[in-house]
Design a protein around this ligand. Structure first.
Ligand code: AP5
Length: 223
């Protein structure tokens, strides 16, 4: 059975933190559109420049660009057993585009889709975003408030430099929340109506959320 997971949640709700753990344990590729787009921006390509003009304003990057990136990624061999989508789809339009992509690539394959929604209050989220640091080498995610390292500038896993994302300012975070509530939250109803949605309390601590997440994964998905 091909295992397909989608994670929906506001900025800073912990999608990246949890999906990285799940990806490692389940040995499934973690496909995070935000990181794929940041790589495109760093490459200096025309698509990257276009993406950046939306990302720095907390808006969604145009669907044509995101759909191409996602389809190319899902067609790679490592997705044959399944995948974890973090931050995609992010609008009804993208959800319908994903339906079409999956219909095409899952033809004649038995697959099961589960959607997880991370629910958490906005005050907690702003605090998490302004305190987030990511490793510039391995992408590990830290929270300045809860990390126990003496040197808060270096990654404990690989020694890489810890950096702050350009869109993690209060000003851009506000715009990202507006975009999320207007364009992404309607997906909660869409997937709930389809009977695919599980809601998780994402205000808890990281390990408790991960245990709840694993407990909510349908058993046949392990087979
Ligand atoms: P993206 O990079 O996907 O950002 P996001 O959705 O805003 O989500 P974040 O990565 O900010 O948060 P997260 O939920 O992953 O939280 P994390 O685990 O890091 O997208 C960036 C931009 O790219 C978008 O604004 C858009 O422009 C564009 N884009 C992306 N996808 C697109 C798409 N499909 N279509 C169009 N445009 C797209 O955790 C946050 C912090 O909290 C960390 O410091 C972490 O250590 C800490 N933390 C996590 N969990 C806990 C916990 N339980 N307790 C305490 N601290 C915690």
């Amino acid at each position: 059975m091909k295992k397909e997971f989608i994670f929906i949640g506001p900025p800073g709700s912990g999608k990246g933190t949890q999906t990285k753990k799940l990806s490692k344990e389940f040995n499934l590729p973690h496909i995070d559109t935000g990181s794929l787009l940041r790589e495109e921006v760093a490459s200096g390509s025309e698509n990257g420049k276009l993406a950046n003009s939306y990302m720095e304003n907390g808006q969604l990057v145009p669907i044509e660009l995101v759909s191409t990136i996602i389809k190319n990624r899902l067609l790679k061999e490592d997705c044959n057993k399944g995948f974890i989508l973090d931050g995609y789809p992010r609008s009804l339009e993208q959800a319908l585009a994903l339906d079409n992509i999956l219909e095409e690539i899952d033809k004649n394959i038995k697959s099961e889709l589960q959607v997880f929604y991370f629910n958490v209050s906005q005050e907690k989220l702003v605090e998490r975003l302004v305190n987030r640091r990511s490793c510039s080498k391995c992408g590990a995610i830290y929270n300045l408030k809860t990390m126990t390292l003496n040197d808060k500038t270096k990654c404990e896993k690989c020694g890489g430099e810890l950096i702050r994302r350009e869109d993690d300012t209060e000003e851009v975070a506000k715009k990202r929340f507006e975009t999320y509530f207007k364009q992404t939250e309607p997906l909660v109803k869409l997937y709930n109506d389809r009977g695919l949605l599980t809601q998780l309390d994402a205000s808890l601590d990281i390990d408790t959320i991960y245990n709840n997440l694993k407990g909510a994964i349908k058993e046949n998905v392990y087979s």
